[in-house]
Write a protein that binds this ligand. Structure first.
Ligand SMILES: Cc1cc2nc3c(=O)[nH]c(=O)nc-3n(C[C@H](O)[C@H](O)[C@H](O)COP(=O)(O)OP(=O)(O)OC[C@H]3O[C@@H](n4cnc5c(N)ncnc54)[C@H](O)[C@@H]3O)c2cc1C
Length: 302
């Protein structure tokens, strides 16, 4: 959506063909940009036809195996960060790109052996890349990020909804087979009602995701609807997987079944791609915007 023809040929087609992988390198360690991206500290300074990039990032998913990294950097120090940041495509074999480590984390053990994706800490030590590697308009990095983040958040919702659905399927099969206290566990209403609530919330989440996707397809940014879907689904899927784990007794904790892996993995979703609180800020800002309307003034007068 934002790349030049040359960038599409060099980077996008090999990504589509599965010949290359990429990483999204935005989040920075403690003094830098995280939930508040205005705090971004990585800089890219222009020298002739090159950017010279200096900075420190972490949590760059897939970064240690990637061929190219999409790096956010301040490209205009004088401007407000929202108007002074750009995305730059940085090949990982460029001189000065230092993959410091993959960060150990909750859910880091993949279900398939060796299947966990690494989340890299990366240093950019005076890395030189052509200015032609700027992705999208120069200094429009925040707008470029939104193009990617909305749909990406929805695909994460889909992935975790699939995980929660699978966890419930396993739990229901377990409850149907297992007997205790003179009946099948699947007949205990205390469990049936909780399964019903979980199924209802997953259905609500799917509906929210479809609505946000429909809005994006229609050309809207749908930040509020994406934020609502992301926050709701992150919590609903976490609750559903927790319930499935409980229903399976010791087997839920054990790793013969995949539910324990799902449980470790789903917890990350309330934090990554915007923590719950960050999305709620956006939703609340939108909700309070109505206060400016004449109708609300009318309500408060009476
Ligand atoms: C597994 C994993 C994969 C990731 N992949 C990537 C990636 O590929 N690329 C990338 O760039 N980043 C990635 N991240 C980073 C992720 O996006 C950030 O961790 C997340 O945005 C939160 O930023 P932070 O860690 O700096 O938290 P901080 O900004 O330090 O915030 C800490 C906590 O404070 C709370 N908080 C923050 N602001 C507010 C507020 N205004 N009001 C109330 N509470 C608030 C939230 O609960 C938040 O979790 C990944 C992280 C993880 C764990």
């Amino acid at each position: 959506m934002v790349g030049t023809d040359e960038q599409k040929e060099r980077w996008m087609q090999p990504l589509i063909d599965g010949e290359m992988t990429s990483g999204f390198s935005m989040t920075e360690p403690l003094q830098g940009g995280g939930s508040d991206p205005k705090m971004l500290q990585t800089t890219a300074e222009k020298e002739g036809e090159e950017w010279v990039i200096d900075g420190h990032k972490w949590w760059t998913s897939g970064g240690s195996d990637a061929d190219v990294l999409l790096v956010t950097a301040r490209t205009d120090q004088e401007a407000h960060p929202y108007e002074g940041c750009s995305f730059v495509l940085v090949p990982t074999d460029a001189e000065g790109v230092e993959i410091a480590r993959n960060i150990p984390h909750l859910g880091g053990e993949g279900i398939v052996e060796g299947g966990g994706i690494g989340h890299a800490e990366v240093r950019y030590n005076n890395v030189r890349v052509p200015v032609a590697n700027t992705l999208g308009e120069e200094n429009a990095g925040f707008q470029v990020a939104q193009v990617r983040l909305g749909p990406a958040r929805l695909t994460h919702c889909m992935r975790y909804t699939g995980m929660a659905t699978r966890a419930l399927e396993i739990a229901k099969a377990y409850l149907a087979e297992r007997e205790g206290f003179d009946s099948q566990l699947a007949d205990k209403q205390a469990l049936r009602f909780r399964i019903a609530d979980a199924e209802t919330k997953l259905h609500a989440g799917r509906t929210m995701v479809r609505n946000a996707a429909w809005r994006i397809t229609a050309g809207e940014q749908a930040r509020v609807e994406v934020g609502m879907a992301k926050t709701f689904v992150a919590n609903a899927t976490q609750d559903a997987i927790d319930l499935a784990l409980q229903c399976c007794g010791g087997n839920g904790i054990g790793k013969d079944l995949p539910i324990a892996y799902f449980y470790e993995s789903v917890r990350t979703f309330r934090t990554v791609d915007g923590a719950d609180e960050v999305h709620k800020r956006v939703i609340a800002r939108d909700a309070f915007e109505d206060l400016a309307s004449e109708e609300i003034e009318h309500i408060t007068r009476y």
